[in-house]
Design a protein around this ligand. Structure first.
Ligand code: NAI
Length: 669
């Protein structure tokens, strides 16, 4: 047998055992070498007729195979390489399918993407029940689709359900995969999967067991595919993203012809997808997610965080309530909240309402009463503050109020208590002046509604110590937020990026570009809502006040609308829009331009995107952030920037905009 780094082969009592074990990797994934080695191995086995069967098993304790290596996919640049790579894959799978003996995939742990496609090319599949045994084809979630035969083998095996599983990228535990017909047998968590696979093989060879392989009637595939397409377009708000669209095409066209022809269709669709900017963007978002999923991995190496056994929040308003919700449900520690006496009962009632809503949607592991019992409500600095580990301040956005609060607070909390401010616009360095031991003071900027928005900006003031930043990252992990760390800057990262986006949008409508057109251009770009609607929802007075306080002259249209008392349809009943979502005709006379200005969607998108990028460049040049990924994480999880674009900076790199504007890419890869 040929020497292989990724596969081991041995024979035990006429049964060949292939063990997949990619060296120095926590998970088995397909790399170029791995595919070639597998092809050579099955090429040698193809000639053998002395075996009863073969078992494919993983050398890792809780991972069968996690599919294609995404770095490999992201690096693919030309069509021929993609097609050649796929040919290697299919030639290996085809050889395996033509063995004179059965092949059993023995699945222990993750069996995903190209890993499941490998298992699907086996005669049968047996899986061990375990929390890590999840089975599915999640490729569409990262902007591609199953290109190793998945769009052809799965529908032929289980019927129309495959369409939903592939498009949603759903993963199933072993028992559900058995129910769906993907797996043939499930064994208990304590079972020896290899021994069970040998028994299963014996039963198949001796015909004691018959595998269920019903011929699937796929004659209605056109209707099913159209329904699936409409479903996808609903989620993408009408945008035709290559991954799911071409997955649908591959399934729809592929199941109508022979398997061999179907694979050719899949191959061509896959090449189109994998070379698309959206696939590369989607993969980047996946990497950003992995990077920010574990905030503790962003702490200094070897750092031992301060235990968070008790927390406090100052201010029981909109943000205070949201922050408390996260502390209670995620950390389950006592939380003190301080506000003026009149704010306490309304605060408690609002908090309970949020928690009740979560309980109804089964989002809480602990009864609401138990969580509410952890809350200590006060309007005084009571003794409970004496052993608090972290305080998050969310009082009025007024430097004087905040300064007073810090002075009093520092009298009572321990010297090493972490102090965090949720300010949205006051520099952390300025606020730190009123804090005793300012090295333990840090900005923690949450987004509203706090329990839904995953992003947390951690702001390092001039005096903030690295230890405090690390403790803030530990806090982010404890409340399960996705953090980015930045230095002091007006608007930090996300609001700094949104600022020119808003002002330029307002300038455009001031010059006569219809409101609907500006918004539509950006929703077509992939933003969840258009900029003018976003301003209306946030409160039209918010950017107005922010500009005034920064000494920036607000666009005339903004001034006119705010001065007319129109702060947004939710905030004051009147804004740019009516309740039904259409533009309020009353706002039109407040727009200075009397004639319509014609601009294409692309021109609007280019202009607004460029304005954001200019700020991003400054954020990096001035070292507000050290890594373009921080900006992209902020924009994807703080504003809903389209995940298939991989974040604004990745998108600028992929589409050549960064090189055109600044002569180089943001990412150095
Ligand atoms: P809010 O007005 O809803 O709540 C502020 C609360 O602070 C009120 O209940 C008030 O009674 C209380 N308060 C005032 N002075 C106090 C004091 N001396 N001691 C204790 N409590 C006091 O305001 P919101 O929206 O919750 O904002 C709070 C902070 O969060 C501000 O710094 C704001 O800039 C920031 N922020 C707000 C966001 C939002 O979307 N509303 C987003 C991110 C940050």
């Amino acid at each position: 047998m040929s020497i292989s780094k990724n596969f081991d082969f041995k024979v035990e009592e006429d049964v060949g055992i292939i063990t997949i074990d990619v060296p120095d990797a926590p998970m088995n994934t397909w790399t170029e070498d791995g595919i070639k080695e597998f092809g050579e191995l099955v090429g040698e086995l193809e000639k053998r007729d002395d075996l009863k069967g073969v078992i494919l098993i993983s050398g890792k304790s809780n991972n069968f195979h996690a599919g294609a290596n995404l770095n490999m996919l992201q690096a693919m640049k030309n069509r021929k390489d993609v097609l050649d790579g796929l040919d290697l894959f299919h030639s290996a799978f085809n050889k395996m399918e033509s063995f004179k003996f059965p092949v059993i995939a023995a699945i222990n742990g993750h069996c995903l993407g190209g890993g499941l496609e490998l298992a699907l090319a086996c005669t049968a599949r047996i899986a061990k029940e375990s929390p890590t045994t999840i089975i599915g084809l999640p490729e569409c979630l990262v902007g591609v689709f199953p290109g190793g035969g998945g769009t052809q083998r799965l529908p032929r095996l289980i019927g129309y359900n495959a369409v939903d599983l592939i498009l949603r990228g759903k993963t199933l535990p072993a028992a559900k995969a058995l129910e769906a017909g993907i797996i043939d047998r499930v064994v208990g968590a304590d079972a020896d999967i290899l021994e069970e696979a040998k028994k299963f093989l014996d039963e198949i060879v001796s015909k004691k067991v018959e595998l269920k392989r019903p011929t699937q009637d796929l004659s209605q595939i056109d209707d099913i595919a159209e329904m699936a397409r409409q479903g996808v377009l609903k989620v993408t708000r009408g945008r035709e993203i290559p991954g799911p669209m071409l997955a649908i095409k591959a399934i729809k066209d592929g199941v109508k012809v022979s398997f061999k022809e179907g694979i050719e269709i899949e191959k061509n669709c896959f090449a189109d997808v994998v070379l698309s900017d959206q696939a590369k963007g989607g993969i980047n978002t996946f990497f950003l997610k992995i990077m920010s999923d574990k905030p503790r991995s962003m702490m200094s190496k070897g750092f031992e965080p301060k235990p968070l056994r008790k927390a406090a929040v100052l201010g029981f308003g909109t943000m205070g309530r949201g922050i408390i919700v996260e502390m209670l449900r995620r950390m389950q520690v006592p939380v003190i909240v301080k506000d003026i006496p009149e704010a306490l009962e309304p605060g408690k009632a609002a908090l309970r309402k949020i928690l009740d809503g979560m309980a109804q949607r089964k989002r809480l592991k602990v009864p609401v009463d138990d969580l509410m019992n952890l809350l200590i409500v006060t309007s005084e600095y009571i003794d409970d503050f004496k052993d608090v580990d972290i305080v998050v301040e969310a009082v009025f956005e007024d430097p004087k109020v905040k300064a007073e609060v810090y002075k009093e607070l520092c009298e009572i909390v321990p010297e090493d208590c972490i102090l965090a401010s949720n300010t949205s616009s006051i520099p952390i360095t300025q606020l730190a002046k009123d804090v005793k031991n300012p090295e333990r003071f840090v900005g923690t900027h949450f987004f509203s509604p706090v329990w839904r928005m995953e992003l947390l900006e951690i702001i390092r003031g001039e005096k903030t110590s690295q230890e405090t930043v690390d403790n803030a990252l530990n806090f982010a992990a404890a409340i399960r937020k996705r953090p980015i760390v930045c230095r002091d800057n007006p608007g930090f990262v996300v609001n700094a990026m949104l600022f020119p986006y808003f002002t330029t949008s307002l300038d455009l409508i001031g010059k006569g570009v219809p409101i609907e057109k500006v918004d539509k251009a950006m929703t077509s770009f992939g933003m969840p809502v258009g900029p003018i609607r976003l301003i209306d929802e946030v409160g039209i007075d918010v950017p107005y006040k922010a500009m005034k306080s920064m000494g920036v002259t607000p666009p005339e249209v903004l001034k006119n609308v705010v001065e007319a008392g129109r702060y947004g349809v939710k905030k004051s009943g009147k804004g740019f829009f009516l309740v039904d979502g259409s533009v309020d005709p009353e706002v039109l006379p407040l727009i200075p331009a009397k004639e319509k200005k014609d601009m294409t969607e692309e021109e609007i998108q280019d202009l607004l995107f460029t304005e954001m990028l200019k700020i991003a460049k400054e954020l990096l040049d001035h070292k507000i952030v050290d890594d373009p990924r921080a900006v992209d994480i902020g924009m994807v999880w703080g504003t809903g920037f389209p995940p298939d674009k991989g974040g604004p900076l990745k998108w600028a790199d992929l589409t050549g905009v960064s090189e055109r504007l600044f002569g180089k890419k943001f990412y150095q890869d």
